[in-house]
Design a protein around this ligand. Structure first.
Ligand code: PMP
Length: 408
């Protein structure tokens, strides 16, 4: 396990109290808290180096560009990207997937084609493909999940028989905690002639990602779930694909030459980064990666799965609690319901004890329909959580049970 006492000391927000209680932050799948090193890096950038990036002829602008591009180098190393040019900065997972759907999708998907997603995908890995399919007269096929919350590999195989152009799936489910066999899914997608799009939103913060080992074509993630600022993130893509793709946004910086009636494009990845970029996001993301690498991603993953095991064990002891998702191959995400207490009521009551959990459909409505529930409560862990947090969760749940007269 990680030394959570020293990790917690790095996060100023964790010193605050909620209703006179220690803050127990268990909503990390939604967003993570930020360590002082990330906050300081952003402040340092604005204090000493801020200017608009690229094309600057003065020292400050050169420094700002270096800071921005250092963030790219950090991301490339963190996910073992094919090259620095394989990293396109975006606002996060949602924008990354929309970029692929708009650029690669619009160019390559024709009427009658198929796009495959899974029933455990987040709306941001479903809706962009629905929009694309509607525009192109293509069909979206959703692969089913098994009883124990995994991608149904037989149905995945059947979906590939129609030779889809695109196959998209999550590395880790935000609503079940399932860790999917992404290299295997990618191999199968390639054998069917499709490109593979991996939603890495719940993977990059929590486990060691190697896009070259997965061999996926596109990998999307969000910085704000991994200690970095809101509005940070990237799309990682095979450089040959990026070279062949048309731009996503037109504007400054993404061009090579602009004539009266047409333009030519900048080199990758700048072709996809029109307009003034979010430099502070790249700086913060670089600092977040340095922090995570210092802890070691294998230790981070071990820490969280150990917490998930303890949480599942303790929650199972509460009579009316139902836990969703598989028992193994899971990340630090524990979704549950408690008798007939509405998850929103549960989250509100837990807040009285300073325990922050999320309640709702978690942007996975097709999955909720398959689980036969409108909503679940979800506790999700990160590097600063420990067994004391699980104890706080369990004792707050027992109190809620008493309040609602649900067997505990
Ligand atoms: N995919 C998954 C699996 C997620 O958990 C999330 C965030 N809840 C997203 C995509 C979307 O990420 P963002 O809102 O940061 O773009």
């Amino acid at each position: 396990m990680l030394d959570t006492v020293s990790v917690r000391a790095d996060f100023p927000i964790l010193a605050r109290e909620e209703n006179g209680k220690r803050l127990v932050y268990l909503d990390n799948a939604a967003t993570s808290q930020k360590p002082r090193k990330v906050l300081d890096a952003i402040q340092h950038y604005y204090h000493f180096h801020n200017a608009n990036v690229h094309r600057g002829a003065y020292t400050l602008a050169v420094e700002a560009t270096e800071a921005y591009e250092a963030g790219r180098t950090a991301v490339a190393g963190f996910v073992n990207a094919w090259a620095r040019e394989a990293v396109v900065f975006t606002r996060g997972t949602t924008e990354s997937i929309n970029l692929v759907a708009s650029s690669w999708g619009r160019t390559n998907v024709q009427p009658g084609d198929r796009v495959v997603v899974t029933a455990m995908d987040h709306h941001s890995n479903i809706v962009p493909w629905q929009i694309l399919c509607q525009e192109k007269g293509a069909t979206l096929r959703m692969v089913e999940i098994t009883e124990d919350g995994r991608i149904d590999l037989s149905d995945f195989g059947r979906a590939l028989e129609s030779k889809p152009k695109i196959v998209a799936f999550p590395y880790v489910s935000n609503s079940l905690g399932t860790v999917n066999p992404v290299a295997q899914l990618t191999r199968l997608a390639h054998a069917a002639g499709a490109v593979a799009v991996v939603d890495g939103a719940q993977a990059a913060p929590h486990l060691r990602v190697d896009v070259q080992a997965i061999d996926c074509d596109f990998f999307a993630f969000s910085g704000h779930k991994m200690l970095a600022p809101m509005g940070s993130g990237a799309l990682i893509a095979k450089p040959a694909l990026l070279e062949a793709m048309p731009p996503y946004h037109g504007g400054g910086e993404m061009i090579e030459r602009v004539w009266d009636d047409h333009a030519t494009w900048n080199k990758i990845p700048h072709k996809f980064e029109g307009g003034t970029p979010n430099v502070e996001a790249a700086v913060g993301l670089g600092a977040a990666i340095a922090y995570l690498e210092q802890l070691g991603m294998d230790r981070v993953a071990e820490h969280e799965s150990a917490l998930a095991r303890v949480a599942i064990e303790r929650l199972t002891q509460i009579e009316s609690v139902t836990i969703y998702g598989p028992r193994d191959h899971r990340a630090g995400v524990v979704p549950f319901t408690y008798g007939d207490i509405h998850p929103h009521d549960l989250a509100t009551i837990l807040d009285r004890d300073g325990v922050c959990i999320r309640a709702g459909h978690h942007c996975t409505q097709p999955l909720m329909r398959r689980l036969g529930v409108a909503a679940t409560a979800r506790a999700s862990f990160y590097i600063y959580n420990d067994v004391d947090d699980i104890d706080a969760l369990v004792s707050a749940l027992r109190k809620a049970g008493e309040l609602f007269g649900v067997p505990a």
